[in-house]
Design a protein. Structure first.
Length: 349
């Protein structure tokens, strides 16, 4: 079968690999229809290996049909499913507490285990969810990253009526905007430096957008400039919840400054190096700092599928659908060079 194999920095090859064998107990073989790619895939190609264990078939965001099932699997043959991709043991302290994303042996299809950028992939049935007919294959391929965003919003404890600011509306940030909008905040403000991304954020439910490009401060002191924009938009009080999803070096400091007294800062974007933060100012205002990683399949993936069934999220974030053979030139490279305008989906059928 054809698959996209990651072999190291700058080395992703679409090649012929053996088909997976028979599924074991609790496993299914999925014939992949669509697989989406994200910044993680692009980072592995540009700077890795970071999380990947090469050689490995990429693809942690995918959908398809069950074509084989092992023992103790309830999913019917032919069912359209999405996989949460994250594999946990089920028995450790964190799994028992419902925090499967923190499992001591956590691993991910497409990073440490062969994934869904292939014609066939093996997945635990327990992390698969059936896709309703109202959700297209293109949309279903986005369920896993949407679940990651919904987990982030859940971690932030955003409540109806609160003011929420999302810094960074590209990639995972766009899904976070959609997830935050579903919580019915009093105000939802998206901040970015790309007008197209801000337009997408408005389409996903952001009532207000802030363009962080303009002004001398954006060049000389970007953290102060960004915080100042948010404070000005919130009458100097700051936001109840500030979600940092850009990964920009100055954004965590700006998020801490832009949170109101007693507010919450959720860090989503991964930083490439340690950052200096004014923790005294955050401490005396009782600002909470929260982090997030991956998702909890049993909670976040079903919610993602339900929200995708409403039809607006996938349409708003989709950039293009490409064949597997064009993965690097039309998918990975544009993501790595920040030229992608939205979600890129790969066609496997």
């Amino acid at each position: 079968m054809r698959a996209a194999v990651y072999r190291g920095s700058g080395d992703i090859r679409v090649e012929t690999v053996p088909e997976p064998g028979e599924p074991g107990p609790g496993e299914v073989v999925v014939q992949v229809a669509r697989a989406a790619i994200c910044g993680t895939d692009a980072s592995e190609w540009a700077h890795g290996p970071i999380l990947c264990r090469p050689p490995v078939v990429l693809g942690h965001e995918f959908t398809g049909r069950v074509v084989a099932a092992g023992a103790d699997v309830a999913l019917p043959m032919g069912a359209r499913v999405v996989s949460g991709a994250g594999i946990s043991c089920g028995g450790c302290e964190w799994c028992q507490a419902g925090r499967t994303n923190l499992c001591t042996s956590y691993r991910t299809l497409g990073l440490q285990v062969d994934g869904g950028l292939a014609e066939l992939v093996v997945s635990p049935a327990s992390i698969c969810r059936v896709v309703p007919d109202t959700v297209s294959d293109d949309a279903a391929a986005m369920a896993q990253p949407f679940a990651v965003a919904l987990h982030a919003v859940r971690r932030s404890r955003l409540a109806a009526g609160e003011t929420c600011v999302v810094i960074g509306a590209g990639g995972i940030g766009a899904f976070i905007v959609a997830g935050a909008a579903a919580r019915k905040p009093g105000r939802l403000i998206a901040v970015d430096i790309d007008p197209d991304r801000l337009a997408t954020a408005r389409g996903l439910g952001a009532g207000e957008t802030l363009d962080a490009r303009n002004g001398d401060g954006a060049r000389h002191d970007p953290a102060a400039h960004l915080a100042g924009l948010i404070l000005a938009a919130t009458n100097g009080e700051g936001a109840h919840v500030v979600i940092e999803a850009s990964g920009a070096p100055h954004a965590p400091a700006a998020a801490l400054t832009a949170a109101r007294r007693g507010g919450r800062v959720l860090l989503v974007g991964l930083q490439s190096a340690p950052r200096e933060l004014d923790l005294v100012a955050a401490t005396v205002r009782e600002v909470e700092v929260i982090t997030t990683v991956a998702h909890v399949c049993s909670v976040d993936l079903p919610e993602a599928v339900d929200l995708l069934a409403l039809g607006s999220v996938a349409d708003a974030v989709l950039d293009r659908v490409i064949p597997l053979g064009e993965l690097v030139d039309q998918g990975i490279r544009p993501l790595a060079e920040r030229r992608a305008r939205g979600k890129i989906v790969v066609r496997l059928d």
